[in-house]
Design a protein around this ligand. Sequence first.
Ligand code: RIB
Length: 330
Amino acid sequence: MTATLYDVAVRAGVSVSIVARVIHQSKNVEPDVQHRVQQAIEELKFRPNLFLQRKQTQQVVTIALIIPDLENPFFSKLARAVETAARQRGYTVFICVSDDRADREKIYIDTLKKNLIDGIILASNTLGPEDLYEMKINAIPLVVLDRMDHVRDHDLCTVLSNNRKGAKKAVQHLIEIGCAKIAHIAGPEAILPAKERRQAYCEMIYPHRIVTGDLTLDGGMQAIQSLLELEPEVDGIFVANDWMAIGAVKMLKHLGKRIPEDIAVCGFDGIELGEMIDPPLTTVAQPIDEMGEVAVTILIQKIEGRDFARSDTYELEGKLMIRESTTKGV
Ligand code: RIB
């Protein structure tokens, strides 16, 4: 198999950016580093491809953010955070919406590679480990944001909020306000943040009263109907995300339920719309702006040749925002 830029970087113990500088004979590379890179190139019989030749002439530095959905305000808020942080550092952002489809994500990634993208922030979870490894050997700086299901053992940098800790804050709040029969409207198990919130609920509440939704508004409306058919005595609900919680609140009011007197509702994410509904939604607000800022900072460090191979996980903490959907007269 022909050696890649990444192989040379790993063999020489430097970043791909340094390898590119040596190949283009940039001035600001230490002699011993130059020697190590040249030696690695010879040992691996590496031949620079079009990527490197064109890259040298490219002026604008661009990164891409791939998100699974644009209707859910969580992702538009996340995209806003990434774009703001990147722009402040002089980077342009391409935002790609994959609709949770692996075929679309692969088309995006192929197109981005052909257009010499400098780095990618992946906030979706449909690609398999082999797809991500292929990106790595093609030396595309990559940071995984929020949904890290597929990368745990593929030593990639990931940034997310602590879903288990946040879910426990939500359930503990429902317990503290006196709910005795607490249910959970879960997200799909295939999505790690939803799975971890469900696990946290199950560790705190027994018997489990769980129905699964698809993280959408309609999914919340349907899930609450199923839940009340199964468990009509429920008096508190932790919902896996705000988008479903807003749908659940609409349906509960349609069914004549009083919130929180009959049923208290707590969401997760902290989207602005949750504050606008009646009653305003109690939620665990993810640190979305900080998640975007940290993901951009790490990606730029990788692009600029520092810590290219770093593979840490950054878990940030969410904050419980108590409003009228759980506590009257807040
Ligand atoms: O609302 C969308 C959900 O999916 C969020 O909770 C976020 O964590 C994402 O994974």
